[in-house]
Ligand binder design. Structure first.
Ligand SMILES: *Cc1c(COP(=O)(O)O)cnc(C)c1O
Length: 814
């Protein structure tokens, strides 16, 4: 237990309702879904735009949580726990974190800026951890919620903190400043990111610098504009490539694979090599170097450590593994905080019940080995991990702390024994410190395919879902259409995420798709849009819910339902209001009513129809007509059958265009995947899918030579040609070749040369500094799917769903 948690919560401004439950608190949580919640958890019920965590207090009491910070006590929970009643739970979490922080007195580095915060934090951790017990923000936890959660992880053994603070709008920094209270400030590149939240650059700088109000020293790249905002309590410790007046003056020589920095500091000159050449990495490395100088490190140590800096991979990636496994690749860090996050992520993404964790020795906890491995063991137990594979000398010593655990001294030992291990139908978290090189394990367990991948950003999906949820009236439910393999983005993984994000319903086109989801463990109700009569038995067996659209289909279903003695089996009635695709027409409603009247085998769960023109203002009258007919026919059904079904009519574009016809539910499709046909709305959505490949080969051809089948491209000058392993068999239309389309390489456009082949295409890289193996973006931010659809005279839906199944889908979270 951690006395400081109790100590701090008692100091916040709250009314304490003491029902005399134990207050042996050890952790703080805001996530009701985490398996880590238990009797030692202090739970803050935060209120988000869509979800108010107060509704989960009852469930949390069931799993043993007994201490809550709430704005009110939810019904039926009154005497079942202790409650701290506050006005605003987020502000209280921040106030609590600030109290907690004030109980510790050691140097804290606060990092802010527009770009590079997380990289600088991770590098500083690498550079300083040989000499300090470092506590740092996990991943990119730098927000109004992330910062308090990061700070609360400080314990008695730490003696250096590194925390990042990110803000997107004016006036957010003052909350974070109170929580972090940095003694040393680092301002990274100020850039133009998130500019929309600020009136101008001055305001943005001022806001960021307010993190350093009480810092003794602030590190930044010399600039008069920044200097004017530095607090009178602080010393500036500056660097520059151009201004000799900076505390540290730096010259740089960019070489083949590295950069050499010539450092002039006080009266000394010395050289530092770093393994990067791009401007952003160089600046970030210098921010770190400045911290080392501030801590008076010996130049030789600085040189030795800086040359070992590495690219930072902060994302948790989900990959398809061998034998139907899924893999969560977190093979670059192994501290306790990030283990907690990774285990929550594993739970949210698991397929089936079996969960394996492959984990290395854990570093940088600040705790003794005994304490640490006790905590790790508790964490693994609470997360119901079926198998633990430990790799490393220390974890091997503690094998007895874990159930069903095998250990290896080194990664090489594991690999040598790999053939004897079985990995089938399970979710595997691979989590290890960099030095263990777990990427080799990821390679072994990963399903092998070619280099072209569709990367899917799960955070963007959550963001888009919440964007549309925020447009709904409060009681309106949301069905998400995951037909056609989640519009090409992956059916199961997205369904799993939607379940986690509390969507109400899923929609698929055919029974097979629904069965696959149920087999993978999805529990949300699933409506099947186009059930064939032959699939009714399977639909019943798998508890799917058919959409019934004709008398013939209805009779067939009722017959089976009677044979199987079903009771109130959910069905959905589709009526045709003008789309003329599927649905009961006006003149069949009488017979529909007489057929259904009094039937106890089924229950009409919902009534729906589909809009033909919800996206097009030119057809607004037609749309209003559809809505009126839906209102008329559905009301009649409800009245005459005496039922209260869910009514739903709108797809993505209808949600915004016809807010008054949202009825009880909407059916979100393309919008979830980041696409809108309204250009204003489009700007607010996040890009979900990025189709990526690599350069296989580069050659230079003289003027007059041609490229590809049929010599469709003729070089008019010396041309550098790159070949990329993606073609029309991967779903990229041939119409996008021959001078129409392009790919992006190193942020530059490379036009496609000649015809697109079955498995490859060639692009012009004459003006691009690139090499074989470099990444290529086929679509994503640029070109966007919308842009490609326009050029090909089709719609985004077709581009997305055409990407063939041989292209591997990789899911990740920022
Ligand atoms: C596909 C589909 C949707 C979703 O449409 P979007 O335009 O992608 O939002 C809604 N309802 C039905 C019946 C559908 O077939």
């Amino acid at each position: 237990m951690n006395h400081k948690i109790l100590n701090s919560i008692q100091k916040i401004n709250a009314q304490f309702i003491n029902n005399h439950f134990t207050v042996a608190l050890d952790t703080v949580s805001i996530d009701s879904r985490s398996l880590q919640n238990g009797s030692e958890t202090l739970f803050f019920a935060l209120i988000g735009t869509n979800i108010d965590a107060h509704i989960y207090v009852g469930d949390l009491i069931e799993v043993g949580v007994r201490n809550f910070v709430v704005t009110h006590i939810p019904k039926n929970c009154e005497s079942k726990a202790n409650f701290y009643i506050v006005d605003d739970t987020l502000l209280s979490l921040q106030e609590f974190a600030a109290q907690y922080r004030s109980l510790f007195d050691f140097p804290i580095i606060g990092i802010t800026g527009s770009n590079g915060k997380t990289i600088v934090k991770e590098w500083l951790n690498f550079l300083l951890s040989p000499d300090f017990n470092v506590i740092r923000s996990p991943k990119s936890y730098n927000s109004q919620v992330g910062v308090p959660l990061s700070v609360i992880a400080i314990n008695e053994q730490h003696n250096l903190g590194i925390f990042e603070a990110g803000i997107s709008v004016h006036a957010e920094m003052k909350n974070l400043e109170k929580i972090i209270k940095p003694t040393l400030g680092v301002l990274t590149n100020i850039g133009s990111a998130h500019d929309q939240g600020f009136v101008n650059l001055d305001e943005k700088i001022k806001e960021k610098m307010s993190l350093f109000q009480t810092a003794e020293t602030v590190i930044y790249q010399t600039s008069d504009q920044i200097s004017s905002f530095i607090s009178s309590n602080s010393n500036a410790f500056t660097w520059s490539f151009t201004q000799k007046g900076a505390t540290v003056f730096i010259g740089k020589q960019i070489m083949d694979e590295q950069t050499i920095l010539n450092i002039h500091y006080k009266n000394d000159n010395f050289k530092v090599k770093i393994p990067f050449q791009d401007q952003a990495s160089i600046e970030n490395a210098i921010s770190c170097l400045m911290v080392l100088l501030y801590f008076k490190y010996d130049y030789v140590i600085i040189q030795n450590r800086m040359q070992l800096l590495f690219p930072v991979e902060m994302r948790l990636k989900v990959k398809n593994g061998i034998n139907n496994c899924s893999i969560i690749d977190d093979s670059y860090s192994s501290d306790f905080q990030s283990l907690k996050i990774a285990l929550d992520f594993l739970e949210s993404q698991k397929q089936g019940d079996n969960k394996t964790v492959i984990i290395s020795d854990i570093f940088q906890s600040g705790l003794t080995k005994d304490e640490l491995y006790n905590k790790v063991s508790d964490l693994i137990t609470s997360n119901k991990i079926s198998r633990v594979i430990g790799i490393g000398v220390t974890i091997s010593e503690y094998r007895h702390k874990f159930d069903n655990c095998i250990t290896y001294q080194t990664t090489a030992d594991f690999i040598a024994d790999y053939e004897n291990l079985d990995f089938t139908n399970e979710s595997i978290l691979i989590k290890g410190a960099r030095s263990f090189q777990f990427e080799e394990i990821v390679q072994l367990l990963e399903e092998k395919t070619h280099e072209t991948v569709l990367e899917i950003n799960l955070n963007a999906i959550s963001f888009n879902l919440n964007f549309f949820k925020s447009k709904l009236k409060p009681t309106v439910k949301i069905m998400v259409m995951v037909k056609a393999f989640g519009y090409g983005n992956g059916g199961f993984e997205i369904a799993k995420l939607l379940e986690h994000q509390k969507a109400d319903y899923l929609g698929v086109a055919f029974a097979d798709e629904g069965i696959a989801l149920k087999n993978a463990g999805i529990q949300l109700p699933i409506m099947v849009l186009n059930p064939e009569n032959t699939s009714f038995s399977a639909i019943i067996q798998y508890q799917l819910e058919p959409e019934i659209y004709s008398l013939k289909g209805l009779r067939a279903f009722l017959k089976i339902a009677a044979q199987k003695h079903l009771k109130h089996f959910p069905i959905h009635l589709k009526i045709d209001t003008g789309m003329h695709r599927l649905g009961f027409e006006d003149n069949t409603i009488d017979e529909l009513i007489s057929t259904l009247k009094g039937n106890q085998n089924i229950q009409v769960k919902s009534i729906l129809s589909h809009m033909a023109t919800s996206d097009d203002v030119l057809h607004k009258d037609f749309a209003t007509g559809q809505i009126a007919l839906f209102e008329k026919l559905s009301s009649r059904l409800m009245h005459e059958l005496n039922i209260q079904p869910i009514r739903h009519l709108m797809n993505t574009s209808g949600i915004s265009n016809f807010p008054d016809a949202q009825y009880d539910m909407v059916r979100l499709g393309i919008g979830l995947y980041g696409i809108s046909n309204d250009s204003q709305e489009q700007k607010k959505l996040e890009n979900v899918g990025t189709l990526k490949s690599i350069i296989s080969q580069i050659r230079t051809i003289p003027s007059g030579d041609s490229v590809g089948y049929g010599r469709k491209f003729m070089a008019e000058q010396t041309t550098k040609v790159a070949t990329i392993p993606i073609g029309y068999a991967d779903g990229l239309s041939r119409g996008w070749g021959n001078g129409v389309g392009y790919v992006t390489i190193k942020n530059k456009k490379a036009m496609i040369l000649g015809s697109i082949c079955m498995d490859m295409l060639m692009v012009d890289v004459t003006k691009i500094d690139c090499k074989e193996g470099d990444a290529v973006i086929i679509f994503g931010q640029s070109p966007s799917v919308i842009e490609i659809a326009k050029a090909l005279d089709t719609i985004s839906y077709e581009i997305l769903t055409s990407i063939s199944q041989r292209v591997k889908r990789v899911f990740y979270r920022d």
